[in-house]
Design a protein. Structure first.
Lengths: 412, 142
């Protein structure tokens, strides 16, 4: 497909106008924002939803009889419905609002503390974000369960055969990210989920990095849990969702006690509310939830397929251009990957590169990307990571390459 | 008579004032980094590593004739430049003078952005570490 066709399909000019921040300057240069895997920028439509909430119907939900509270409740629950439809969850109450991916993972880890027994095994992939490693380590300490690691190869792909070999009757849970944040690898989660289910293990998929690029269908995937953050997909920070199959959510005890999550309270006995409220203690991030719904509406209006197609084009273009730079070393060269490029330039420290390109208005990430085990695997202190979104352009990539060349010249 | 910390800082500020843009300033910093008095390999150990940096920075201090002499290294060149500037200002001075010294000159040479404690390069941690050495050796002298 030609570039022109894709651009028309996306209407980049119109899209970029939706993101006011893209017009600003940084250090005297127009901003080139290539740190989308850390957080995405926010379109006006989402900001409008936030302003609308606080301007017109800010109220606590689920308990007020007054009109404002009803309106806020309706909008919040409508957002839940939007999210349910987006991820194709079977039931509305399988969508639990959280503060983000990390919160969702901790909620499940806490829930499984009363399900796991000593000697049970948990499998975690070698390319997880720290937030999908540490909660399980804590869980293992609590329960006596054993954490095992699914290894990866030089290309940054999980070794499926090793995963199969690790599975046994002892395996109770498997955790894999849909897409690696540090490498961009898209993992074969359907295959992993199906295989794990042969052993009746529950599978949690960290969808934080996949959700902005791939529309996941949790029923088709047959995932037991799927967690995401709104701020990676044009929504605000501090909100996300946990999708969980009803049967698992019913088995898990509440995570936090408080308002919203109770049915009746007395000092003798408290009964818990039904799903999803059992896991939504306290006043939730009402505005955030509604804005998350608006973000999904925004992205769906553009369409995930054209987004994925265009981002792949950006990825290929950037990869090709980066190869022109001498000493370029890529990390994560899986055939299946999202628009994330992790790299180093021979002899240069990622921190130096990041600092200098920032002086030229380019925002990239440097460091270990909260995935130290991956850096240890490659025996490097970190990488430079450029991650692209559908509002980025080839001209921005050109500016990035130019800045990189200049930085390299200064540092060599 | 040797220069005071204050005088050296003024000297550094004057040098940086000659540059017209950020690029020249950074190029000079990189140059300074390359000229950094390198730490002896035996001191490149965990205990001498400064926490809070995205790059690794080691600093070592030794007392010579009641003056503290610093050596350092880093795997990142800009960080090396930053630590080199600090060392040039602080090294070869009495611990008490190092304890008293202020670091406003960092602002004046256009490196203010590195001073925020949340910056990943840990300039603030470096200054703290140099001063800690000074405090430790001061107690020895007392």
């Amino acid at each position: 497909m030609s570039i022109a066709t894709n651009n028309i399909a996306l209407n980049l000019e119109k899209i970029r106008k939706d993101f006011p921040v893209l017009n600003r300057e940084v250090n005297g240069y127009p901003l080139v924002y290539l740190d989308n895997a850390a957080t995405s920028q926010t379109p006006k439509q989402v900001m409008d939803a936030i302003v609308d909430y606080y301007s017109n119907y800010n109220a606590n939900i689920h308990r007020g009889v007054h009109s404002l509270s009803q309106e806020a409740t309706d909008k919040y629950e409508a957002a839940r419905k939007t999210i349910q439809q987006h991820f194709n969850a079977e039931k509305l109450h399988e969508i639990i609002f959280t503060a983000g991916t990390t919160h969702g993972i901790n909620l499940v880890a806490n829930g499984f503390a009363s399900i796991l027994k000593k000697g049970d095994e948990i499998l975690v992939s070698a390319m997880e974000h720290h937030s999908n490693i540490v909660p399980w380590q804590i869980l293992c300490e609590k329960t006596g369960a054993v954490l095992k690691v699914i290894p990866m190869n030089q290309e940054g792909e999980l070794v499926y055969e090793e995963f199969e070999a690790l599975l046994s009757e002892k395996t109770k849970m498997v955790f894999v990210n849909h897409v690696s944040n540090a490498l961009g690898t898209i993992n074969p989660i359907k295959k992993i989920i199906d295989k794990a289910h042969e052993y009746n293990a529950a599978v949690l998929i960290d969808g934080a990095q996949a959700a902005p690029h791939i529309k996941a269908d949790v029923q088709a995937l047959d995932a037991d849990f799927y967690v995401v953050s709104a701020h990676k997909m044009c929504g605000p920070t501090g909100v996300g969702i946990l999708y969980g199959k009803e049967e698992w959510l019913n088995k898990m005890p509440p995570y936090q006690g408080g308002g919203e999550m109770i049915a009746t309270v007395s000092f003798d006995k408290t009964t818990y509310a039904d799903l999803p409220h059992k896991f939504e203690a306290g006043t939730p991030n009402i505005c955030g939830g509604i804005a998350f719904g608006a973000a999904l509406d925004y992205m769906n209006a553009i369409g995930f397929e054209p987004i994925a197609r265009y981002e792949e084009e950006l990825l290929n273009y950037a990869t090709l251009k980066l190869q022109e730079i001498e000493g370029m070393q890529f990390y994560g060269t899986s055939r299946e990957k999202t628009a994330v490029i992790s790299f180093n330039i021979e002899g240069l420290h990622p921190y130096d590169i990041g600092t200098l390109v920032d002086k030229m208005g380019i925002a990239v990430r440097t460091g270990h990307h909260c995935a130290q085990p991956i850096m240890d695997f490659y025996k490097i202190p970190g990488t430079v990571r450029a991650s692209f979104s559908f509002y980025n352009t080839k001209e921005e990539i050109d500016r990035f390459i130019e800045a990189l060349k200049k930085a390299k010249m200064m540092l060599s | 008579m040797s220069k005071t910390i204050q005088e050296i800082q003024e000297e550094i500020v004057d040098e940086f004032a000659m540059f017209e843009d950020w690029m020249q300033r950074y190029e000079y910093m990189i140059e300074l980094g390359k000229a950094l008095p390198l730490i002896d390999e035996q001191y490149k150990i965990e205990e001498n590593l400064i926490k809070g940096c995205q790059s690794r920075v080691w600093v070592h201090a030794e007392l010579e004739d009641e003056k503290l002499v610093f050596t350092a290294d880093s795997d990142a060149i800009i960080t090396k430049g930053i630590v080199a500037i600090l060392i040039r200002a602080f090294s070869n001075h009495h611990p008490s003078e190092i304890i008293e010294a202020d670091t406003k000159f960092i602002d004046e040479i256009g490196l203010k952005e590195h001073l925020s404690p949340t910056r990943a390069n840990g300039l603030v941690s470096m200054i703290k570490q140099l001063k800690m050495y000074a405090v430790a050796y001061q107690t020895q002298l007392d």
